[in-house]
Write a protein that binds this ligand. Sequence first.
Ligand SMILES: NC(=O)c1ccc[n+]([C@@H]2O[C@H](COP(=O)([O-])OP(=O)(O)OC[C@H]3O[C@@H](n4cnc5c(N)ncnc54)[C@H](OP(=O)(O)O)[C@@H]3O)[C@@H](O)[C@H]2O)c1
Length: 244
Amino acid sequence: MTGRRALIVGASSGIGAAVTEVFAGAGADVVAAGRRIHRLEGVAAGAAGLPGNVTPMELDVADEASARVGVAAAAEILGGLDVVVNNAGVMLSATVQTSDPAEWERMVRTNLLGTLHVSHAALPHLVASKGTLVQTSSTSGRTASAGSGVYAATKHGVNAFSEALRQEVAAQGVRVVVVEPGMVDTELADHLSDPTMRTLAAQMAGEIRVLDPKDVAETVLFAVTRPPHVSLNEILLRPTEQVR
Ligand SMILES: NC(=O)c1ccc[n+]([C@@H]2O[C@H](COP(=O)([O-])OP(=O)(O)OC[C@H]3O[C@@H](n4cnc5c(N)ncnc54)[C@H](OP(=O)(O)O)[C@@H]3O)[C@@H](O)[C@H]2O)c1
């Protein structure tokens, strides 16, 4: 990864913070983006001794202008983009009957539209470098289940968009990689407003050995370090004990 230039969006905690650390550890220069700048500064400070540089950047994927300007600024700082990781996401699960449509809108704006905005802004840079676009989807991008209808809809959307994009840019040497983790130990479930879903998430996390963010980060590193003619299009990884 030495000399490679990476933008990680949704890098302030969990999987994105781990990807930032693993990439910088492997020598890549990284712009770590998200809304919570103090957390991003902490991620950058934690990476201080690593071979690659980490630059924190404030960026809100739910705001098209912020995504566009942020991607351009990251390309400017790094002198181009070889890897972009679209990792920003929120999971506000609840049943359709009990959920708040304002939360549906937040998930669609962040998980789906946010991924679209960042991908669109990043494409000219990735075409120029024959780079790699990594999309953090989920097992919910493959299988929907009760209580996660809208979250699953956003992740199915990410998968569909990414497959179409892959076909569009394959001949230009750009790789599109969809990563679909099962349960990972992060802050994702902390934002659940539905008490039943909070209990359920805590219960599930307590019953099995879930993935560490680093498990996912190392998988992403593996995918982006394959030779240029090898494209891992879709990677599903679950905790071993996770059944669905
Ligand atoms: N944890 C799991 O079990 C799991 C499983 C499958 C897939 N995933 C996916 O993995 C990704 C990362 O989640 P995580 O589990 O690592 O949870 P997390 O610790 O809550 O991280 C979510 C990241 O997304 C960023 N984000 C949220 N809204 C944003 C916005 N509007 N603009 C920019 N950044 C935004 C957050 O940064 P700020 O708040 O600073 O903006 C944070 O860095 C998500 O796409 C999630 O759906 C997680």
